[in-house]
Write a protein that binds this ligand. Structure first.
Ligand code: EPS
Length: 389
């Protein structure tokens, strides 16, 4: 069960974004540069709009850290919105409203349901928080969790496999390249596919349109048996899927062979188990994506997520105006054409959080020293498959 928890706060054009991450063991060394490096990765990517030229996300740590080590107390992280100075009139916490209101609610966004639910006449009251800007804090939290995972020799990587229907040739990608070799523009490991993806992004931009896509998360080094088959909310696959589905614009998540499992026979889906020369069980395939029965099985964890196209279109869709009830064109703001590479970094962060949470819960310890010792003792116990009960 969960042990770590985090919350974020902040509006897209407000003064700052913050997060509180609670439950970390004491004695985890946290490097600010590693958090900033992850924040920078999230900001990059071909297809990002003008906002990312304004922001240069950097973390400030307000609580929970002394001289680079966690104390076991809540860690408070902050990222300043540089754009706030341009929005003070529209985002003032105390002044009186000035400036235009957003009333032409965008289809595909939280705008319409949000204004009705929260009783607001200005969709800005909703869109400021529903904006994917919030994911900067998820990445900051995930960057701390990655540093905990690194101590336990667990690595989290990702790559973009499809944008706007242009897909990688999966057979051309070596597993070892994922998270290591990519041009940096689209977090893609297949240069030929990346060229096609960029062409589609250019065409979408010219048409005032937007594009979605698919990214894949790959996690190496997890122990066997993380998660549990014994209860729905202890199943690691459910926790990972929920965390990834919670990312703005994610509409589908699959683990291992995923949806392909539905149309292939069992003989072509399940991974047979063999005894390796080193005396450890092994598999020659990984269609389960490293998860069986809600638990890790020691193989590489493989998760894919599908992102819908961003709903703010420069060639706007049909909608209604909530001030007049008239049918109008949706509000258009400056927007990204494609944010799938950014979403892949957010996906890594959410995965890192869920895995750090599961490890801290299962090998519960108040210090990093105890956590490492507890995991090492567990790994030693399961090293021989011939367990006795
Ligand atoms: C977003 C709209 C754009 C994006 C933003 C998400 O921002 P703006 O309205 O300021 O142009 O760039 O993403 C970010 C700011 C970010 O940091 O990812 C939206 O409506 O969701």
């Amino acid at each position: 069960m969960g042990h770590l928890r985090f919350m974020t706060a902040g509006e897209s054009h407000g003064a700052a974004l913050t997060a509180i991450l609670e439950g970390l063991p004491a004695g985890l060394r946290v490097a600010r540069e590693e958090i900033d490096a992850q924040l920078a990765r999230r900001q990059h990517g071909y297809g990002r709009g003008g906002r990312m030229k304004i922001e240069m996300d950097r973390v400030e740590v307000l609580a929970g850290l002394r001289f680079g080590e966690t104390l076991g107390s809540p860690l408070t992280l902050q990222v300043i919105n540089r754009d706030f100075v341009n929005w003070t009139e529209r985002m003032d916490p105390f002044g009186t409203p000035t400036g235009p209101q957003v009333t032409a609610v965008r289809p595909g966004h939280a705008d319409l349901s949000g204004v009705l639910k929260y009783g607001r006449g200005d969709a800005r009251d909703i869109l400021e928080r529903s904006s994917a800007r919030e994911t900067a804090m998820r990445v900051a939290v995930g960057a701390v969790c990655r540093q905990l995972l690194a101590v336990l020799d667990v690595t989290v990587a990702s790559h973009v496999t499809e944008i706007g229907g242009a897909a990688v040739d999966r057979t051309a990608i070596r597993d070892a390249d994922i998270g290591v070799t990519n041009s940096g523009d689209l977090n893609c490991c297949d240069p030929a596919a990346e060229t096609r993806m960029k062409e589609r992004i250019d065409a979408a931009q010219a048409a005032g349109d937007t594009l979605g896509g698919i990214f894949e998360i790959v996690v190496r080094g997890l122990p066997v048996g993380l998660g549990s088959h014994t209860q729905w909310d202890r199943r690691l696959d459910g926790r990972l899927a929920g965390a990834l589905m919670s990312i703005q614009a994610i509409k589908g998540v699959e683990i291992g062979a995923g949806f392909a499992c539905a149309h292939l026979p069992g003989s072509e889906i399940h991974d047979e188990i063999f005894m390796g020369a080193d005396g450890h069980p092994c598999r020659r395939t990984n269609r389960a994506g490293g998860l069986e029965g809600g638990m890790t099985n020691g193989e590489t964890l493989v998760i894919r997520a599908a992102m819908k196209p961003i709903p703010t279109l420069m060639t706007p869709l049909q909608t209604i105006d909530i001030a007049t009830g008239a049918e109008v064109s949706a509000s258009k703001e400056r927007s990204d054409v494609c944010a799938v590479p950014a979403a892949s970094v957010v996906g890594e962060a959410m995965t890192a959080f869920v895995l750090a949470d599961a490890l801290c819960g299962q090998f519960h310890a108040d210090t990093m020293t105890d956590l490492c010792a507890s995991l090492a003792a567990y790994r030693a116990r399961i090293a021989d498959v011939r367990q006795t009960s």
